[in-house]
Ligand binder design. Structure first.
Ligand SMILES: [Zn+2]
Length: 349
């Protein structure tokens, strides 16, 4: 998953929430909605700017992350992927109020920063990997955009290069500012970012080598031995609604097969890159075909919502906002209630 900007009516709730928050307790909202299991998710946690993410969304600091965890532990108890798998298999709801954490994109920070905190607090988690990026073999195209924007903003381009870029934007019908042009480049157009990097004399393989943004296979093996679960997040992070149904199946099946085969996993977990919005019912029917299932559980990131299959679960983004975990959750519950009144808290496919 990658952050969707908050253009939904939820943004309104976020704005009015300081008022709501003082009056409505989280326990009351949990009781009212009867939504006792939640799936918060992040990408990275860092106290420093991460260049490849800096121009995409704001990550939480270690202190903010610890506050989030303390809040979660105050209201819910942590469960792991096995608890969830058993509950779905046996069609038995988990006891009490619980949360399962996950982290998308298989970033190095999961090993360096996140895992040590989670181990200290006894909290399990799932980390989702893009199989093309493990061991820093390649770079997500949105990260390339963020890196080039940073290069541009640091003034690392001569006026001759700037003129060439200007001309190149015109030739490619990119008519906005530098950052807006780059952030609009889609998965199918990602070659443009490599061409622009060549014009700017920028070296992505060099960035991968020096910065090591992704987890390595040996780090993943160590994390598995420490009890963390891993799943797939597609091969190279396309936005599913813009690729064919065949391509959706290939990206999902191959990445799950790779992660499970390479790391000897007996469970098959998958989280959607970007969003599962626009992904049709037939896709999920193929994923969970009783004769030949591709996945055991899949995850979206649409917030507190029900989906049409019990094996496809929606997670709550816990980053890209200055709000506290309590405010994020309260607003999700309030939004859930509002949608429930309109009969719209279940995703239709
Ligand atoms: Zn992602």
């Amino acid at each position: 998953m990658w952050m969707n900007s908050m253009k939904t009516p939820k943004s309104f709730i976020f704005r009015v929430l300081p008022v709501l928050n003082s009056k409505i307790s989280l326990n009351f909202l949990i009781k009212l909605t009867n939504q006792k299991i939640i799936f918060p998710f992040y990408h990275a946690i860092s106290d420093e700017d991460i260049i490849h993410i800096k121009h995409l969304y704001k990550v939480r600091t270690t202190a903010q992350f610890i506050n989030d965890l303390d809040l979660l532990l105050k209201y819910y108890h942590p469960v792991n992927h096995e608890d969830l798998l058993n509950s779905i298999k046996q069609n038995k709801p988990l006891q009490g109020k619980c949360f399962l954490l996950s982290f998308d994109d298989g970033l190095r920070e999961f090993h360096d920063i996140i895992a040590p905190v989670l181990i200290r607090k006894g909290i399990p988690a799932i980390c989702f990997l893009n199989t093309a990026f493990i061991d820093n073999k390649a770079l997500f195209y949105r990260y390339k955009a963020s890196i080039l924007i940073e290069e541009f903003e640091r003034g690392n381009c001569s006026s001759a290069i700037l003129n060439t870029i200007q001309q190149w934007f015109l030739n490619n019908r990119l008519s906005r500012g530098f950052d807006k042009n780059l952030l609009r480049v889609s998965y199918s157009q990602q070659g443009l970012l490599d061409k622009l990097a060549a014009i700017m004399g920028y070296d992505f393989p060099g960035y991968l080598k020096v910065n090591q943004p992704y987890l390595t296979s040996s780090q993943i093996e160590k994390l598995i031995s420490q009890g963390f679960a891993f799943g797939a997040h597609s091969i190279d992070h396309p936005e599913y609604r813009f690729i064919s149904e065949d391509e959706q199946i290939i990206q999902t099946r191959e990445s799950i097969k790779d992660v499970c085969g390479k790391f000897g996993l007996s469970y098959r977990l998958f989280s959607f890159p970007f969003t599962d919005s626009g992904v049709k019912r037939i896709f999920f029917q193929k994923m969970f075909d009783p004769e030949q299932p591709v996945a055991d559980i899949t995850f979206g990131g649409a917030g507190l919502k029900k989906d049409f299959m019990t094996s496809h679960l929606q997670r709550i983004p816990f980053e890209g906002t200055p709000l506290s975990a309590e405010q994020i959750l309260a607003s999700e519950y309030v939004y859930y209630l509002l949608k429930a009144f309109a009969g719209r808290n279940r995703i239709k496919r």
